[in-house]
Design a protein around this ligand. Sequence first.
Ligand code: ZN
Length: 484
Amino acid sequence: MKRYWIPFLVSLFPILTLPTLGAQSPPKLPKTSVRAEIQAPSVCALCIRAHMEFLASDAMQGRGSGSHDEQVAATYIASEMRAFGIAPGNGQSYIQAVPLLRRKLSAPPVLKLGADASLISWSYGDDFVAARLSQPGFSGPLQKIRADAALKDDTPEEPMVTPGAVVLVMGGSSAAIRRAAFGAASAGAAGVLIAGRKEDFAEGNKLPQLPARFQGSATPDMGGDINVLQLSEEAMARAQQAADGTQVSLEAPSRQEPAYTWNAVGIIPGADPTLKQQAILFSAHLDHVGIGQPVNGDAIYNGADDDASGVTAVLEIARVLGQSSKPRRTVIFAFFGSEENGGMGATYFREHPPVPLPNIVANLEFEMLGRPDPKVPANTLWLTGWERSNLGATLAQHGARLVQDPRPDQDFFARSDNYVLAKKGVVAHTISSFGLHAQYHQPSDDLEHINFPHMNSAIGSLLGPVRWLVNSGFTPQWKDGGRP
Ligand SMILES: [Zn+2]
């Protein structure tokens, strides 16, 4: 999520006005123009394009949480930070390997409806597949809801879901069904059943992947278990005939094995003897959802907007801060793995930060700023949880084209890594310009749908305010009741 603009910062501003180190006799610039460059850092449109083209390429296979592709993304980011003059933020290394346990199904799951004589048993791949499975099993009483009844224009009204129920979503467009399913899962449904399409069954009985977990610990702060199954036409018809309260259960044998997710962390130690005790954290998540069910023949969920765009924004801030005079405060750049699995990389970082957590006086997470949000003025970004602290308003006073999140009903404040930090007291928000586009978590969230002029102006317009923040003594505060 995140965005804004100041005219002179756009990409039209020549990038090559700084002397090139190592080249034979760089052109001499008058001192005044060098100073002007330092005061008004300009965005590097080619850098933005380059990061996006690598991170959101098909070669990265959607940067699945905890995957090898995620590790490659972290390694790329680490290399870039090295080039920008940023020091490693995890001891001698940029890479923070986060130990996890991966659970794997060892046989296809079975879905059961009813009991005793009326028991129906459905087999995986023929009667149902999994859109998303967080656990090897779940059970609960059936609750039927209508997708269209749960909606009012583009604002999903929470359907009245009984926590622990297995919710069957009926009727409505595929977008309405999707929103109702997500709403039901967020409202505490043990599982959600929706109608599948033919293409959902294209991969036959290939077993669903379960998200990894921390060793020995419970669920992370963000998100929760989401189990969404897609039923065949016959199974859907049969399920619709069953009465509310009928027992539904999913069972599958599973085993666990060690795994990792990957963070990339860099640091610029502050130059001021006092202010260096305080750190400003810029962050984004480097993972996306990987390879999934094909849509129109495309199975790679590139995650260009979500969240290659946020990673790119933080890399661009790192480039500007790393290649100019040292900030007075310490600056940390953190790129988290497994955000899509509930903020796991951020949770580990929070427990293993490069400076004590209370020294991090502000966190800005960058999410989905690859396209403008029609609900806010052009070249403007929004900040989640605006009213919770004085950080957004103060950045706006210092030139940030930053406004209040226009969709508080979506609870974006609690839907990214910033929330993991905020839960421990760090004044942490997310900057975005996500306008609820239809490509969200689809294979079509790709480079073709990125608005590069918007990215350039949005990122460019933040560089001045960011530079002010890392050199100032301003310590943002939660407002009364604002801390989650
Ligand atoms: Zn995201």
